[in-house]
Design a protein around this ligand. Structure first.
Ligand SMILES: Nc1ncnc2c1ncn2[C@@H]1O[C@H](COP(=O)(O)OP(=O)(O)OP(=O)(O)O)[C@@H](O)[C@H]1O
Length: 626
């Protein structure tokens, strides 16, 4: 492991070391395939792109360390590797001198990604309550949870906006909330990717001051910043400059100027040496990397930085509302002690996670009733329109083919509404879920199940509303079993479409999902049994018929309405009535030999398979930044 000259610096600190974690990394490299071909072809493997090249370094407990560098230098990649989000291609990571145990490390660390997405529809109070339930479980009493939440609210200055929905918070307040949510379980190491991006200078100062304070309480705080201003740098203990995937400087900000001067790189007076470093780094990268020994050189660390802490507190008053002293030091904090004793990956059981997440999803729907009301209104409005257009045709043999068209329309309508709604909403949640899941709030399975369960009630109510209105307006047979069969098939088709929507949402972002979604659906529309009759489908495409949930749904509806020995249809007013006998319709669409129960089983099988595939893809996606 890389030795560190700053040991004395650590021991000088007022912190208790036994509770603290120092992270070191040695000879970290990371390269990626530039295309699928690079992965497959052994010769092409040599042409993989190197993003990080043999970097080393140490980030100490009690310090605020900043990974900085020009855009595309590899800061986020290094952060991902340190946080455990990405595995390096080569190299080692140590915690307090021992090889990192991923599982333990993840319980003690948190990673706040750049797009600090939070649950938009929840207020700060609700977000913190749900976070406390998930992260602290039953290990901590309700009283202690309340106390913890209060400490966080007061210390981060969120009291005035406690009942404001997150969607209405300012950038700085959202950042503070994102930090507060992770502080609930008091992590020993905090990683933040670009915590000041998009914030003005005074809010950036406030955020960096908070991070500086959290570090001084004994945490290891590592952040990436593109090009920190001179004001922010005064609060930073360690700079780690990355240029072209290698380390160009590691040390204190105050030592950067002398370090550059030693290499005859003269930073003009009154010029921020960090800006200067970035400006000259491209032409002088070899010399800088040699001097920093690619991160191993600790000569430029300063032992005097902490003396200036009092000045920082005086200089950077972070605003009236923030009162960080309300946050107890980790060594006095019951939360950390309790959580450190837990050996399992999550603080709560799968079932508990599932119930909390379902409660949260339902609560979110309740807080934003606009979507539910619109969804229900569309179903009712469309049902009235369809019912009016096909009014009272159900028992008329002359209109039997129109009844078939009506059945087909019901399927297509319910398929598109359930598919589109979830395929657009689901990918929007993924950034929040990625952060929460990565930070060990809950398992992907608990989230996935809760998502399905929480959308099912609205889907069921809307589908049933649509089914009843259309069924009775079109005067289909008033027979309890037929009505149940009709509704059940529509429900099954809407659930399968929901699973397909989840699959598309798991694979694509919203934009691509909207473009690609129809391509996944249209083949099934073509093979739904009406556009091309089942018996006319070439043998080559029979497999599509087998997996076409719309075809199974269509035949199921035909059987519900025309099957089970239904008496002849009314044909009194017409001279020729081809479909007077309902079996003629079933024969026409190849449904005569079909069995309702087998169709339901097929729909169930298709739905479950799609749901499982969607889950697997979601799990992969949560582990990758895609
Ligand atoms: N999976 C990947 N495939 C190909 N190139 C990648 C991949 N991941 C990262 N890169 C490239 O590696 C380089 C470093 O990326 P990284 O996101 O770490 O940079 P950064 O310093 O954080 O940049 P910024 O400040 O703009 O966010 C970039 O050029 C990026 O395009």
């Amino acid at each position: 492991m890389a030795s560190e000259n700053s040991d004395s610096h650590e021991t000088n600190s007022t912190l208790l070391v036994e509770d603290t974690l120092t992270i070191s990394f040695q000879n970290i490299s990371y390269n990626v395939a530039t295309s699928c071909w690079t992965n497959i072809n052994p010769r092409a493997r040599k042409t993989r792109k190197t993003i990080l090249n043999d970097v080393s370094g140490t980030f100490n407990a009690g310090e605020l360390s900043v990974i900085m560098g020009p855009s595309g230098a590899g800061k986020s990649t290094l952060m991902d590797i340190l946080a455990g989000y990405t595995k390096p291609s080569d190299g080692y990571i140590y915690i307090n001198g021992r090889i990192r145990n991923e599982k333990k490390f993840r319980r003690r660390s948190c990673y706040i990604l750049q797009d600090d997405k939070v649950q938009d529809m929840l207020t700060i109070r609700e977000s913190l309550n749900f976070a406390a339930d998930l992260k602290l479980g039953n290990h901590i009493s309700q009283e202690q949870k309340k106390q913890r939440i209060n400490e966080i609210i007061e210390s981060l200055g969120l009291r005035a906006v406690i009942d404001v929905k997150s969607v209405n918070l300012s950038g700085g307040q959202r950042k503070r909330l994102a930090i507060g949510l992770e502080l609930i379980s008091d992590p020993q190491i905090m990683f933040l990717d670009e915590p000041t991006s998009g914030l003005d200078s005074s809010i950036s100062k406030q955020i960096v001051y908070i991070l500086h304070f959290l570090a001084r309480q004994g945490r290891t705080v590592v952040v990436t910043m593109h090009q920190p201003s001179a004001t922010l740098l005064r609060m930073v203990d360690r700079l780690y400059a990355v240029v072209g995937g290698q380390c160009a400087y590691v040390g204190a900000e105050t030592q950067l100027r002398p370090c550059l001067e030693e290499m005859n790189l003269k930073c003009p007076a009154f010029h921020n040496p960090v800006d200067f470093l970035i400006e000259i780094s491209a032409e002088n990268s070899d010399m800088l990397i040699r001097e920093s020994e690619n991160g191993r050189n600790t000569r430029w660390m300063s032992n005097t930085l902490r003396d200036s802490d009092n000045n920082i507190t005086v200089e950077y008053k972070p605003g009236e509302e923030v009162s960080l002293t309300m946050l107890p030091a980790p060594k006095e904090d019951f939360t950390r002690k309790t959580l450190l004793a837990i050996k399992s990956t999550y603080s709560t059981s799968f079932w508990k996670q599932f119930t909390i997440l379902t409660r949260r999803s339902l609560w979110t729907i309740w807080r934003d009733p606009w979507f539910a009301l619109t969804f229900a209104s569309i179903h009712c409005g469309m049902a009235l329109l369809v019912g009016t257009l096909y009014y009272k045709i159900g028992n008329d043999g002359f209109y039997a083919l129109d009844t078939v068209k009506f059945l087909q329309f019901c399927l297509l309508f319910l398929m598109f509404t359930s598919f589109s709604a979830i395929s657009i909403r689901f990918p929007q949640e993924i950034p929040v879920i990625r952060r929460e899941h990565f930070n060990r709030w809950y398992s992907a399975g608990a989230y996935y199940m809760s998502t399905i369960i929480s959308v099912v009630p609205l889907q069921t109510i809307c589908t049933l509303l649509f089914a009843f209105i259309t069924y009775f307006l079109t005067t289909q047979p008033v027979d309890f079993v037929r009505i149940c069969n009709f509704c059940f098939i529509l429900l099954m088709v809407s659930y399968v479409s929901l699973c397909k929507g989840l699959l598309i949402g798991a694979i694509f972002n919203v934009k691509n999902g909207v473009i690609m979604g129809p391509f996944f659906i249209m083949p099934f529309v073509m093979f739904s049994g009406n556009f091309i009759k089942t018996q006319d489908v070439p043998a080559l495409f029979n497999w599509i018929l087998q997996i076409s949930f719309l075809k199974h749904g269509f035949v199921g509806l035909l059987l519900s309405v025309f099957g089970s020995e239904r008496p002849n249809l009314n044909c009194e007013d017409h001279i020729y009535c081809h479909f007077k006998v309902p079996k003629t319709i079933l024969k026409e669409y190849g449904a005569l030999k079909e069995d309702y129960v087998s169709l339901v089983i097929a729909l169930f099988g298709i739905g479950s398979t799609v749901a499982i595939i969607a889950f697997i893809i979601l799990k992969i996606r949560l582990r990758n930044k895609w």
